[in-house]
Design a binder for this molecule. Structure first.
Ligand code: NAD
Length: 334
């Protein structure tokens, strides 16, 4: 059975407690890996490694070299694209076609994009009588990343890449539902960056690795994507140390369609926004308001489009356009 470990200071290690949890393929119900369950001990070790790495070669590396390494990370993900896609689909239940065309290419592109972007982030100056004020952009320090299950690779790399591009070090706690691509990302990065720059602690959220990370006094910033209620808990935990926060939270987004809309365009967009990735997208149009004069026409059109385009099936089948929800619990909730 595959084991998923933590990456701490350049080494893949198990948990001090010896505890593990199951990683289930939601489409088949089968156990696909045992995951080492990290807690405070592993978060402490990972944060210490990340703190130390700030003053190692990473801390003095010229920007051009740092960006070259990040481009190598992108190449490393692309070189193993099919392995990443299979892992993402098995872990999350998303159709393999979506993993191949969106999750993995965008996961890789996040590294090239941010490696490019940060080259052009300007410093500023303001002149006053007798004084020149200026701002310099320096790394914040150790960044805690807490990421969700719905687009695991895409959403985590969206955080990892800018944090590293701007010279920080990272401790990441991926969702317990989808630990696989975080481990693969750790494998790729560990071959390229100095030890301690990027660490992953697998584990649960509250009263576990997630809360240990958000409460940690030596973490300078937290970037979190997930449920609004979890965001509130993290904000409270982070308040003590006045950590910088960056949040992307949940929603219940409405699509609003007026009678004078381009009907075909509105139907196509609604199909995508409501059903892509089984609707497990933060910007999913989960409520649809349609103006009365076109209501019946819209409903008939949407039903026809869904019948023609949404093929529910085994996520590993390239013909499926709707796979499995992420877990049985989530299925029951939906
Ligand atoms: P979640 O809040 O349950 O979990 C997200 C992460 O937080 C996981 O890693 C989890 O282990 C961790 N966590 C849970 N409790 C914690 C705690 N007390 N302290 C620290 N960490 C904790 O969210 P989820 O169900 O994994 O993700 C789906 C949610 O994310 C949906 O609400 C979706 O709308 C939202 N989302 C938003 C965006 C966006 O850009 N706004 C993008 C994707 C997903």
């Amino acid at each position: 059975m595959k084991e998923i470990k933590h990456l701490i200071n350049g080494e893949f290690v198990g948990s001090a407690s010896g505890k593990m949890f199951d990683d289930i393929n939601p489409a088949t119900g089968k156990l696909i890996a045992k995951v080492h369950e990290g807690g405070k001990v592993e978060i402490d070790a990972a944060v210490a490694a990340a703190r130390a790495a700030l003053t190692g070669p990473w801390g003095t590396m010229p920007m051009e070299q740092r960006m070259a390494l990040l481009r190598k990370v992108a190449e490393g993900i692309s070189a193993r694209a099919e392995e990443f896609a299979q892992a993402e689909s098995a872990d999350n239940g998303m159709p393999i076609s979506l993993a191949r065309t969106a999750a993995v290419p965008r996961g890789s592109a996040n590294f090239t994009q941010f490696a490019e972007h940060f080259k052009y982030v300007a410093t500023e100056t303001w002149e006053m009588d007798g004084a020149l004020n200026y701002s310099l952009r320096r790394p914040l320090g150790v960044i805690g990343i807490i990421s969700p299950w719905n687009f695991p690779l895409l959403l985590s790399t969206w955080k990892i890449a800018p944090a590293l591009a701007s010279g920080n070090t990272v401790v990441m706690k991926p969702s317990e539902e989808t630990p696989m691509t975080a481990m693969l990302t750790a494998e790729v990065i560990n071959e390229i960056l100095p030890p301690g720059v990027f660490n992953v602690v697998q584990g649960l959220g509250g009263d576990s690795a997630g809360s240990a990370l958000s409460e940690h006094p030596d973490v300078d910033g937290i970037t979190f994507t997930g449920e609004t209620t979890t965001g509130k808990t993290i904000m409270r935990a982070a308040a003590d140390g006045l950590k910088k926060l960056s949040f992307e939270l949940g929603g219940k987004n409405p699509n609003i369609v007026f009678a004078d809309a381009d009907l075909e365009e509105a139907l196509t967009t609604t199909l995508r926004s409501s059903f892509a990735n089984q609707g497990e997208v933060c910007l999913c149009g989960s409520r649809i308001y349609v103006q009365r004069p076109i209501f019946d026409q819209f409903v008939a059109g949407l039903v026809a489009k869904v019948k023609a385009n949404v093929k529910v099936g085994d996520p590993s089948d390239p013909a499926s356009t709707m796979g499995s929800l992420v877990s049985k619990e989530h299925f029951q909730r939906v």
